[in-house]
Write a protein that binds this ligand. Structure first.
Ligand SMILES: [Zn+2]
Length: 280
């Protein structure tokens, strides 16, 4: 099947412009400057812009997780949902695992989710949907995955846009612009900013946006493209704030417990003192 490969289009365009640059080399005219600038822009845009990152996975995980929770009539925990949406990419940090290999297999994910289905029944559906959205949509159309590992080591995918393609970058930003208003409308942004004993799980999605920002991880997905800095900073602020209020709530609880223990000990001491003075 033939498909439009944006990488090839850009490569051809760059080639044509470089040829044009050779033709105009002799003359000292604006054309030479213009062509040079266009070539520089194409090189930059291919290098910096067209990568797919956690921003798209968050949106897909949220939309599919939230949608399936409505269909199954179950409540969904947002920190766990965001964590599930990027969890397969843990292989970017685990050097002994092939990226988009075992952690992106539908068999691995299904087997690992079975105990959760056994314990939590249909409450596990939204998290399973978020995991599937990562492998079957987010990564399936951007280079493919080892879908049936360990039965098959072949890479399965469709359209083959590649992680550096224009449609992926546009889709990722469009999904971000679509998801945030929905999250606001449904009150989920507010929920995330409230103390929740599962906010610790946001360490996973926070790492997924912080990693590329500091060029951790592997390959192209290890560095953050310029166009995705603003959405990444939005999620970093959101997740970091939610984690801080979780830590603060834990610290306040610890203080309250200590105060209670101290009060009980003082009360017991007082009672002992009373008994002793009574005996005297
Ligand atoms: Zn992935």
């Amino acid at each position: 099947m033939e498909y439009i490969n944006p990488i090839l289009i850009f490569a051809c365009l760059k080639e044509q412009l470089l040829n044009r640059l050779k033709q105009v080399e002799g003359c000292n005219c604006h054309e030479r400057v213009r062509v040079t600038l266009i070539v520089a822009f194409i090189i930059w845009i291919r290098k910096e812009v067209f990568w797919t990152f956690a921003i798209g996975h968050f949106a897909l995980g949220y939309l599919f997780g939230k949608g399936s929770s409505k269909l199954a009539h179950v409540k969904v925990n947002l920190p766990l949902l965001f964590a599930a949406s990027v969890l397969p990419d843990v292989d970017l940090l685990l050097r002994f695992l092939m990226h988009r290999g075992p952690t992106h297999s539908i068999l691995t994910i299904t087997v690992l989710m079975l105990p959760f289905f056994f314990v939590y029944r249909k409450q596990a559906i939204p998290y399973f949907a978020a995991l599937l959205s990562h492998i079957l949509i987010g990564d399936f159309f951007t280079g493919g995955i080892q879908l049936f590992w360990p039965l098959s080591h072949s890479t399965f995918g469709a359209l083959n846009f590649g992680v550096t393609s224009m449609p992926v970058a546009i889709t990722e930003i469009a999904l971000f612009l679509l998801t945030v208003p929905i999250m606001y409308k449904l009150g989920d942004l507010k929920t995330l900013l409230k103390p929740n004993n599962k906010n610790w799980a946001l360490i996973v999605p926070l790492g997924a946006v912080l990693g590329p920002l500091f060029s951790l991880g592997r390959g192209q997905e290890g560095s953050l493209p310029i166009l995705l800095i603003a959405p990444s900073l939005f999620y970093i602020s959101l997740f970091a704030y939610a984690i801080l209020i979780w830590l603060r709530a834990g610290y306040l609880k610890h203080l309250r417990v200590n105060k209670l223990i101290y009060r009980n000990l003082s009360f017991e001491k007082g009672n002992c003192g009373d008994k002793k003075s009574g005996n005297n």
